[in-house]
Design a binder for this molecule. Structure first.
Ligand code: NAD
Length: 268
């Protein structure tokens, strides 16, 4: 390897992720999967949280281990406090502590507001808003013991941007915006940073219906100044930076990663 190549490779890796214990919720697909793989590549010890489909979670573990990383799959429904407690206590028992929590698990349910079933509203709020509350509380209690830790919430441009048909999703992500700001203040004295990452349209299973329809995909791309949908790896690189000690002065704010979408819609 030439000296220049070695330097470039070194610069691409945030050394401070080495051996950090990172819990990522909903990490068996999409953005969570990409974050897990990138964290593993950067020598963090990664907990792959998943719900159902254990094969997909085990595949992420294998990918990380094949790349000489350390990973562990733990099933837990983020909306259930007993399962969340178990996930965090298992992490501490097996890997020693929690340094970084990425609240990534999320669901969408589309329907016009006048017809939206109460059960859909409850479910979206339970996973997308109560989930981060429960996981953050469990992880931050461990982080507070060492007065150091980072919570990263995968929010959405829809923490600000209205999205007809997705009232529960928007309410949950809007709530996550305030949860981030509030917890940043409450947890700062405990040495814990809280940051939201707000992706625009990213190429993952959650967008399958839109992205598999050529007309809908074209209409979406026309709304994005960069003219394309983002890739999960692009979000993963940002999250790795925010999880590193290089980002130690960032807390209580949202970092938008959307190819310019929010400006196009006048929402930022
Ligand atoms: P995805 O469907 O691939 O990932 C969501 C993951 O959450 C899945 O692995 C799913 O199994 C898991 N999950 C769902 N309910 C759970 C629960 N109760 N407990 C534990 N895990 C659960 O889609 P994605 O796009 O990768 O979504 C990840 C996050 O990114 C979500 O919070 C989503 O709102 C957010 N986001 C995505 C986009 C996008 O365009 N893809 C844009 C903005 C924000």
């Amino acid at each position: 390897m030439s000296t220049i190549t070695a330097h470039v490779e070194q610069a691409n890796e945030y050394k401070s992720l080495k051996d950090k214990v990172v819990v990522i919720t909903g990490a068996s697909s999409g953005i969570g999967r990409a974050i897990a793989i990138e964290m593993g590549r950067q020598s963090a010890k990664v907990v792959i949280n998943y719900l159902g489909k254990p094969d997909a979670a085990e595949e992420v573990v294998r990918d990380i281990e094949n790349d000489h990383g350390t990973a562990l799959a733990i099933e837990a429904d983020v909306s259930k406090s007993d399962q969340v407690q178990h996930m965090i206590s298992q992490t501490v028992a097996q890997l020693g502590r929690v340094d970084v929590l990425v609240n990534n698990a999320g669901i969408e349910k589309e329907s016009p507001f006048l017809e939206k079933p109460e059960s859909d509203f409850d479910m979206v709020i339970a996973v997308n808003l109560k989930g981060p509350f429960l996981c953050t509380q469990a992880a931050a209690r461990d982080m507070a013991k060492r007065r150091k830790g980072t919570i990263i919430n995968i929010s959405s441009v829809h923490e600000d941007l209205p999205f007809p048909g997705y009232s529960a999703y928007c309410a949950a992500k809007g709530g996550l915006r305030m949860l981030c700001r509030d917890l940043a203040l409450e947890l700062a004295p405990h040495g814990v940073n809280v940051i939201n990452v707000a992706p625009g349209a990213i190429n993952t299973p959650i967008n399958e219906r839109t992205l598999s329809d050529p007309e809908k995909k074209l209409a979406l791309k026309r709304e994005i100044p960069l003219g394309r949908v983002g890739e999960p790896q692009e979000v993963a690189k940002l999250v790795c930076y925010l999880a590193s000690d290089d980002a130690s002065y960032i807390t209580g704010t949202t970092i938008v990663i959307d190819g310019g979408l929010m400006h196009q819609t006048g929402s930022l």
